[in-house]
Design a binder for this molecule. Sequence first.
Ligand SMILES: Cc1cc2nc3c(=O)[nH]c(=O)nc-3n(C[C@H](O)[C@H](O)[C@H](O)COP(=O)(O)OP(=O)(O)OC[C@H]3O[C@@H](n4cnc5c(N)ncnc54)[C@H](O)[C@@H]3O)c2cc1C
Length: 415
Amino acid sequence: MKRYSLFAIAREAARYHQGWEKAWASPEPKKKYDVVIVGAGGHGLATAFYLGKNFGITNVAIVEKGWLGGGNTGRNTTIIRSNYLQDPSAAIYEKARSLYETMSQDLNYNVMFSPRGVMMLAQTEAEIRGYKRTAQANAYQGVATEFIGPERVKELCPIIRIDGPRYPVLGALWQERGGTARHDAVAWGYARACSDMGMDIIQQCEVTGVTREGGKVTGVETTKGHIGCNKLASVVAGNSGHMANMAGFQLPMESVALQALVSEPIKPCMDVVVMANTVHGYMSQSDKGEMVIGGGTDAFNNYTQRGSFHHIEETVRALIETFPMVSRLKMLRQWGGIVDVTGDRSPIISKTPVGNMFINGGWGTGGFKSIPGSGWAMAELVAKGEPGPLAAEFGLDRFTQGRFIDESVAAGVAH
Ligand SMILES: Cc1cc2nc3c(=O)[nH]c(=O)nc-3n(C[C@H](O)[C@H](O)[C@H](O)COP(=O)(O)OP(=O)(O)OC[C@H]3O[C@@H](n4cnc5c(N)ncnc54)[C@H](O)[C@@H]3O)c2cc1C
């Protein structure tokens, strides 16, 4: 595949842009692959990419029921941070954050990583204690964060009201190299690189069954026929429970809608990401000028990609307390995604009861930030059949052994 560069743009401009190649191929499925990955979201595509890059495994199909990046990967608010409390979480999220730093160069695709800084506001005494504890843990984990006071919060984000009547801002956990990236571009960049390595991305192809023999996976039934494989990776976020059912086991996971909205575009007024977990809303400004606003999950299990209406109202009402300027904005659009939530709010990267079938899921409300780290760890698990150090603690067995990686207190809604 031709490299994208300034010279390529100049060359194509001179040719009236007639010479650009398709970014990825759209082949029909072969009869059999070494590895079939179900789900062409960020995690599935990143798994494929690192299978090729780190392990030289390229006889791979990525099977997607819709269009690539059309699941949660193309629906999230793109917050990237690694300021988690527990060691296994900090390790995988920091690995991911560091891979984001060079992703545009590694993929030769501009993913618009913008390390503009992420702050999580402390608006209660309990949050101050919690975030100071996280900052301390992060210091030991090698994750650069600090607890900052309200004056510094105001300096970094002048549109915040720090003396609100119910929940004044008492400080914040600040991660300077956290930020955002363009979500579609992450999926597209990985897809292009995978296609370039000879992998098949098969869109509009739903997996409807998992075939097995002697306790081991042999392939998948799909709407385009049977596809055989030596190894199968399920990377389908909110549909993980269905995939597990097809293979004859159950997962400790629930699917709920999480929603977000954007305002009309306005002039630049905010160059950091702010999360206000007590009032429950978070906001950043996109390059187009829209205020990107995230809310909470529905309180009941469902598979809609909209989210309940009352949540929009609650989120905006909450944000107005901390950002009074929001009251003057018009909402442009709203959408939702099906997030996959586990009891300890930590992901699953694991072998399964079915031989040679692996699962990656449970990233819930916060898995965009982890895409490269998760793909890295999942590729190692699939290639070697055993988890490496990044994935070791995220096995399914932790739920039967009581080894929870509890991020629910640190981040009830993680984003
Ligand atoms: C509104 C919202 C805001 C969010 N904000 C953030 C944020 O700010 N920061 C952050 O880090 N995370 C955030 N997240 C979470 C993040 O988006 C997800 O954790 C992440 O994108 C999951 O990626 P994935 O590749 O696992 O799943 P997906 O992108 O959903 O990909 C899974 C794919 O599997 C496909 N699939 C499912 N079943 C089948 C089948 N049977 N056959 C074939 N294909 C199938 C689906 O069509 C889908 O394309 C947010 C999520 C939402 C919904």
